[in-house]
Design a protein around this ligand. Sequence first.
Ligand code: URA
Length: 419
Amino acid sequence: MRVIDLIIKKRNGAELSDDEIDFFIQGFTQGDIPDYQAAAWAMAIFLKGMTSTETVALTMAMVRSGKQLDLSSVAPIVADKHSTGGVGDKTTMLVAPLVAATGLPVGKMSGRGLGYFGGTIDKLETIPGFRATLSESEFRAGLAKVGLVITGQSSELAPADGKLYALRDVTGTVESLPLIASSIMSKKIAAGANCIVLDVKYGKGAFMKTLTEATALAEAMVAIGLGLGRKVRAVLSSMEQPLGYAVGNALEVREAIQTLQGHGPEDLLELAYLLGSQLLLMAGRAKDETEARVQLKTALESGAAFAKYKAFIANQGGDTSVLENPERLPQAPLIEELAAMQSGYIQNIDAEKIGMVAHELGAGRKSKTDPIDPAVGLILHHKVGDRVEVGEPLVQIHASQQLAIENVRRLLQTAYTFS
Ligand code: URA
């Protein structure tokens, strides 16, 4: 088989066979297929799409690029949650400890930032000492000891996705149904959980801009999971405005900590309860959503979820003193306010533009090997529907350079519409 022929075949819109997809994925993982050919192939998939048979084959080829964990000896039921990506989406840092605190173990593989969306791993790594690259035995040990473990992509679990994800991030090939579905589901299948909830986002600040596209993505992922014997549910959630108030890695960790301490934004907490309750239902731990929500609320209000988060951070080497003193998280040297340009009710906060601003400040990557700036980002002071007066602070900008602040001010202003 020749790599160039497979690129041309996909470019021409033909269906690739299972063997052809496997050949490509294993060759790319092992370094035999260079990035430029993989980028061309990903772009061909982006433009021509894939059939559902191809998408399943791509998922399974990515799973086979590494190990597939069987966690049954550690816990009979393991829960996992994954989001398709959104702006200010720190939900994993809530759902995982909430669910784990009810006694249902959570073991999950998360991603880094993609496009202008932050990734859970980049966020958690802003906690000094936190280790997100775990070996298989560390993953199992974390699950057994704490009941909550989160790892990033490694050379052991779905390494093909790790490589392809980083390449897609910088080659304009992110917003593709088959690439997103296979990326997410390969991680879920490899990491071994048997109950999986997918948070499929739609709207301005999501990869899927419409509910119809998001539904198609949700259906594709649920079908892959069910076909492989997992329990899977998808929740469709709006990403028209950012989730919560904080956007940026350490800023989002701080907001997650505040939420676990009982002082979180309503929209974030509501989504966390919704996702968490689906996991409890799938695992048979609650008879209906009301009962599941009571369990999660109790975990939050009793402090059990916060204690679980702390134990999880400690187990992965993180400095837990930052959980009590979040000001010890990385802090940007420059903090400035953007004032409201007019009085009125906030009609819309364009999540895409907010994400782009955070990315521009350095919260995301422009090329594959770029480091991220953990401290930069935005704190929005309001949500859609709030009344503001001209001149009052609208957004707090956390930046490392004055020039960056000047550069983003205009774009930030255009992210808001008033009525
Ligand atoms: N999350 C992932 O893990 N992969 C994608 O492609 C998009 C969101």
